[in-house]
Design a protein around this ligand. Structure first.
Ligand SMILES: [Zn+2]
Length: 205
């Protein structure tokens, strides 16, 4: 849990993944809202669909929807009071790929391609979070769990934060709208390219 809320008025520095960050302390935080999302579930879902279409151009609607859900799913950890822990690790990517392969085998689908699409869609979440801005300690994602508890962040701040501090109207509405527009500007062109590549082939599953 971040200590930022216990130190109003201070700026806190923290080293994660070799990158030093500075973040303003946050006031009046409700439990579980210290950690912003970045990007939003919409951005993650869009990235997941794009990855599915790029990895498996003949993927049909079912696989695309599954990949969108998988790409957004690591943030389910916010429901349990933590964020960017084990669900944001490469180990989780391996587990998701293995589960997808077993599911595809049982349904007599091409296991390798389904596993690759699902695994890469899940991994896209890690990449986008790693590239995103983060102002709550510990910064970044726990990419190497369970072998290391270190958090990694690129410091690139390519995606802005999606605040869950609903009591701050400007931050919650205007700030999140700005973040959403930026992530759509970055991800929609990629999704469009993936889609146009896909529609040149027939969907089979
Ligand atoms: Zn996340």
């Amino acid at each position: 849990m971040s200590g930022a809320g216990r130190n109003p008025g201070r700026c806190i520095t923290h080293r994660a993944g070799g990158t030093l960050h500075r973040a303003p302390a946050m006031l009046h935080q409700a439990p579980g809202t210290e950690h912003p999302l970045m990007p939003s579930p919409i951005g993650h879902g869009l990235a997941g669909v794009s990855v599915a279409w790029l990895a498996t151009p003949r993927a049909g609607r079912s696989l695309a929807i599954a990949c969108a859900l998988l790409a957004a799913s690591p943030d389910i950890d916010v429901l349990f009071g933590s964020h960017r822990g084990p669900t944001h690790s490469l180990a989780a990517v391996v587990l998701v790929s293995a589960a997808a392969a077993m599911f595809a085998t049982a349904r007599k689908l091409p296991a390798a391609r389904v596993a690759a699409a699902c695994g890469l869609a899940y991994a896209s979440h890690l990449v986008l979070d790693w590239l995103g801005k983060d102002s709550a300690t510990p910064y970044g994602i726990m990419a190497l769990w369970p072998f290391s508890l270190q958090h990694f962040s690129s410091g690139a701040d390519l995606f802005l934060e999606i605040s869950r501090r609903y009591w701050n109207r400007d931050e919650f509405i205007l700030g999140n709208l700005r973040s959403l527009i930026l992530e759509l500007a970055l991800l929609l062109p990629i999704a469009a390219l993936a889609y146009f590549r896909k529609i040149r082939r027939n969907s089979v599953f």
